[in-house]
Design a protein around this ligand. Structure first.
Ligand SMILES: [Mg+2]
Length: 397
């Protein structure tokens, strides 16, 4: 095991999810050459089990061709509700493991695990724990790979399917990638692959050969630099969590329109307390905020600002938000709705508070859990008298 990685990305991919789901729904199919898809003559294979792949059956192949390759093929119709149910179970698991997860399809996800290394110093142990949970809860198997970037993690997982666990240590990316065929690189389509292979170039490592540089440049033009970066294992593409997790917001509509800061400020401040409490529980911090007002003519104005650095402790955040609200308020307008959104959510940097402050916040969070945000506060502001009608957490575009 090496030391702490400067950046660590985990990629997970369920093995043949639709075909495996068919076996979960009907265990008598286990071990049989199962494919999910529509019947001939017009049907297409949506997913092929590993048993049927041995016969050369692939997804997106016409079913009629698949049946010719594998006459004993067991064809199962797609079951979307089942896939959705499994996807939600998978999300529950990744939500427990990671502050945020980027799902790139129903059965593939990325998580930035850089900050989890304190709790999970061994990437193999983290990957194995996740694999074990996924199989225990869903009955599905998956392949997990950890690397310093998304591309290497994805390529490593593809190379270790099914039921694999791959760890590509930082510094070993180039050696790992070099012998792989160039078509393993994402974005390298069949046409480019063919043209490159005609030059006698077959592996990712060849892309870095100085003597092939000119021919490659003629073929790939400006794309060459990007492929070479990937071949060197350089990939800083961030994990972008699902929309639900990217922002949180509260808003409320008043019984009577108002433009009185003495009423508006405590309401926005109350939203801030509730939202930051949620963020702390989830180990997240917000990079920016949006104050939103809707006037009596239903015109919406907003002010969006960045915090000096991502934050989840409301006393540090309030002055900026209060200022934005003051700037937004027009003396001659009256408002029927206020809202506050926190966005650019990122995993909370660990030393966000000093220890004393962190202990106080932990106690506060427990009290909020027991009594609600309106009852408990660290200091200062009186609670406003204008009771919010609606205070649901919701997602923003
Ligand atoms: Mg998959």
């Amino acid at each position: 095991m090496s030391g702490r990685w400067p950046r660590q990305i985990l990629f997970g991919d369920i093995d043949a999810m639709f075909a495996s789901a068919a076996v979960l729904a009907d265990p008598s199919l286990r071990g049989k050459p199962v494919a999910v898809g529509g019947p001939p003559p017009r049907g297409i294979v949506a997913a092929a089990s590993y048993e049927v792949r041995r016969f050369g059956v692939r997804s997106a192949m016409p079913t009629i061709q698949a049946m010719r390759l594998c006459p004993q093929l067991v064809l199962v119709p797609p079951d979307r509700p089942l896939y959705q149910r499994l996807h939600r179970q998978l999300q529950d698991i990744t939500d427990r493991f990671f502050p945020e997860t980027e799902w790139t399809s129903i059965d593939e996800f990325y998580a930035d695990t850089t900050r989890l290394q304190t709790r999970h110093p061994d990437p193999r142990e983290l990957g194995q724990a996740l694999k074990t949970d996924i199989t225990r809860v869903t009955g599905l198997t998956c392949t997990i790979a950890l690397a310093s970037g998304k591309t290497v993690a994805k390529i490593a997982a593809d190379a270790h399917k099914p039921d694999g666990l791959a760890v590509i240590e930082p510094g070993s990316e180039v050696a790992f990638l070099a012998p792989l065929p160039i078509r393993s690189l994402p974005g390298m389509g069949p046409k480019s692959t063919e043209a490159i292979e005609r030059l006698g170039i077959h592996t990712i490592g060849d892309l870095l050969e100085p003597r092939l540089e000119q021919s490659l440049l003629r073929l790939l033009g400006s794309r060459l630099a990007a492929f070479q970066s990937l071949a060197r294992g350089r990939d800083s593409d961030p994990v972008v969590a699902d929309r639900e997790a990217k922002s949180v917001s509260h808003e409320t509509t008043f019984d009577e329109d108002t433009n009185d800061p003495a009423l508006l400020e405590p309401i926005i401040h109350g939203f801030l307390e509730t939202l930051t409490h949620d963020l702390r529980l989830e180990g997240l911090a917000a990079g920016s905020f949006t104050v939103k007002l809707k006037d009596s003519h239903f015109r919406i104005t907003t002010r969006q600002r960045k915090f000096p650095s991502p934050a989840n402790y409301d006393p540090d955040m309030w002055p900026d938000i209060r200022l934005a609200l003051a700037e937004l308020l027009q003396p001659r307008s009256r408002y029927r709705l206020v809202g506050l959104g926190l966005s650019d959510l990122v995993p909370a940097p660990e030393p966000l508070f000093d220890r004393r402050q962190r202990d106080a916040v932990a106690i506060l969070d427990r009290l909020i859990e027991q009594h609600g945000a309106g009852v408990v506060r660290l200091g200062g502001l009186p609670q406003g008298g204008n009771n919010p009608k609606k205070r649901g957490r919701r997602t923003e575009n």
